[in-house]
Design a protein around this ligand. Structure first.
Ligand code: GLC
Ligand code: CA
Length: 549
């Protein structure tokens, strides 16, 4: 077991950290079975160190049947044998810690896999038993219980209830799953559930894990009393601000996270956490407070269109929110759940990404050059902001969404559970191209578990290593500069033309992003880095410059 004692000391390391998200199954395959694995992550420690991030966050690596890419966890305190062993995990942590890089694990507390021993026990047990009480089982409606308890939809498909079959083959009770049927929701009023997650947090903290990303952190506590309210969708806009929603962001949820905080604070340095909570922005502070999880994702820039006005407003608003919570803000442009930002920015403003994916990314047509210029500019802007940045594997290569994956290879439950009408998220989960050639562009010796397109060759690490203006080189340079230039968690706006976002940090570090088309003049100072070459000394459209004055 490893202790991160040598990383002790700075309790505030997370406040302005850059965290790189690894999607383990698609990062690096060490044994040629087509699936990324833990040894693969270890083998890339030098790459990550050279990139210059402070931490990595690993999406779930636990035993899983992969009904939802690993977010269906069969055992919270083990490594998926397909990905390695606990010993491999210990080696991985040690390798990253040796380079001063922290490691986050992903905790999935709202639901387990249907293969979790508790759920299997629950299925075998009687209605009303203690085993069933760890999940949310209910009798069906109708004369013979043939109708679901209510008509709530799931995130992935038409219903959040699935009926069980009893040992003698007759239909039994129904259970709640806000996601896939293979992801039964826990009953967070059950003390055993509460205790078991504390055990999990200690288990990984004892193994040296520095932080946790908390999946669907706003769910967990539910009011399952009847009459059931009508719920048409899960849009955060429909979550009231008073904690009265039956499924999300309930007042009493904070108690759970206060309990977790006690565990985090029993370590040195305290373990940290970041909530994935799809709640109205005004409620984010409940998750981000130092008494609870400490940070909560702010997905507002990810959701914002390419507009100086929208970016500026979003930044101002979120800096105020982080002040209110006592936390630092968290900036995100891409993750494993959304269309990659190099593609989003190359599509017309109001594009419906679900529909775009259904056309294999042909309609509307993607403007790759525009998308990549904006993506590079946006990333630099993000890295200049006070607070922490979360980036997603492959964005440092400027990868686009793989929008033309054929239906037969798709793995996402969104595709499989919703009548194959929405392709879902596999297009951003295609394994990374490490080399220009080979059966899987250096991902492994076999072909990858999701097919890689031929254009990956020109976005491979090997290719970008030797290209002076590659996106990889830009990320490395920006991350190195950020380390030097970082200061207090404040910014000051500088008056600028309408389509420009210009702010400076306390130590004279200016960020100028040109959202328009026309080149703009830069202030006097030393140009440290630009996302695109200057044109006659001016900053071109869709570009960012960092200047020190
Ligand atoms: C989160 C994850 C997503 C997963 C869902 C259910 O939103 O980011 O990938 O499908 O939770 O666990
Ligand atoms: Ca493998």
């Amino acid at each position: 077991m490893t202790e991160s004692v040598f990383l002790a000391g700075d309790e505030n390391w997370w406040r302005q950290a850059v965290v790189y998200q690894v999607y383990p199954r698609s990062f690096k395959d060490s044994n040629g079975d087509g699936l990324g694995d833990v040894k693969g992550i270890t083998s890339k420690v030098d790459y990550i160190a050279e990139l210059g991030v402070d931490a990595i966050w690993l999406s779930p690596f636990y035993p899983s049947a992969l009904a939802d890419g690993g977010y269906d966890v069969a055992d919270y305190r083990d490594v998926d044998p397909k990905l390695g062993t606990l010993a491999d995990f210990d080696d991985m942590i040690q390798a990253y810690h040796a380079k001063g890089i922290r490691v986050f694990a992903d905790v999935v507390p709202n639901h387990s896999s249907d293969l979790h021993v508790w759920f299997q026990e629950a299925l075998a047990a009687e209605p009303g038993s203690a085993a069933r009480d760890r999940y949310i089982f209910r009798d069906g409606k109708g004369a013979h219980g043939e109708l679901p308890p209510n008509d709530w939809p799931s995130h992935f498909g038409p219903t959040s209830w699935t009926r069980t079959t009893t040992a003698d083959g007759t239909p039994g009770q129904w259970y709640l799953h806000l996601f896939a049927p293979e992801q039964p929701d826990f009953n967070w009023d059950n003390p055993e559930v509460i205790e078991d997650f504390k055990k999990t947090l200690r288990f990984w903290s004892d193994r040296g894990v520095d932080g946790f990303r908390i999946d669907v952190a706003h769910a967990l506590k539910k009011d399952m009393s009847e009459p059931y309210p009508t719920i048409v969708d899960y849009d955060p806009k429909h979550i009231p601000l008073d904690g009265s929603h039956h499924l999300f962001d309930r007042e009493e949820l904070v108690e759970v996270y206060r309990g977790w905080r006690e565990i985090f604070n029993s370590y040195n340095p305290p373990r940290v956490a970041v909530a994935e909570a799809w709640v109205p922005a005004e409620r984010r502070y409940r998750y981000a407070s130092p008494e609870t999880l400490g940070q909560s994702f702010n997905f507002d820039l990810l959701a914002a269109p390419w507009s100086a006005k929208k970016f500026k407003k979003t930044i101002e608003f979120n800096l105020k929110l982080s002040e209110k919570s006592g936390s630092s803000s968290t900036w995100v442009l891409s993750n494993h759940d959304v269309v990659r930002h190099a593609s989003r920015y190359g599509l017309p403003k109001k594009t419906n990404y679900d529909k775009w994916l259904v056309t294999d990314g042909t309609s509307p047509e993607l403007d790759r050059e525009l998308g990549l210029s904006r993506a590079r500019a946006a990333t630099m802007l993000l890295l200049a902001l006070p607070g922490s940045t979360y980036m997603y594997q492959g964005e440092e290569l400027g990868l686009f969404e793989v929008a033309d994956l054929p239906g037969e290879v798709l793995q996402d439950p969104i595709w499989l559970r919703d009548g194959k009408t929405r392709k879902g998220r596999d297009g951003c989960r295609v394994p990374l191209p490490w080399e220009k050639t080979g059966s899987s562009f250096g991902f492994g010796s076999a072909s990858a578990h999701l097919p890689q397109p031929s254009w990956f060759a020109g976005f491979s690490v090997e290719f970008e290593e030797v290209q002076e203006d590659s996106t990889l080189k830009l990320y490395r340079a920006a991350l190195a500069l950020r380390k030097q230039l970082l200061s207090t968690e404040t910014l000051e706006w500088v008056t600028s033309p309408r389509k420009v976002v210009h702010f400076k940090r306390a130590n004279g570090w200016h960020n100028i992003t040109n959202f328009g088309k026309k080149p703009v003049a830069l202030p006097e100072g030393t140009v440290q880095l630009t996302s695109a070459p200057l044109v006659d000394g001016k900053l071109p459209g869709n570009a960012t410059a960092w200047i020190t004055v």
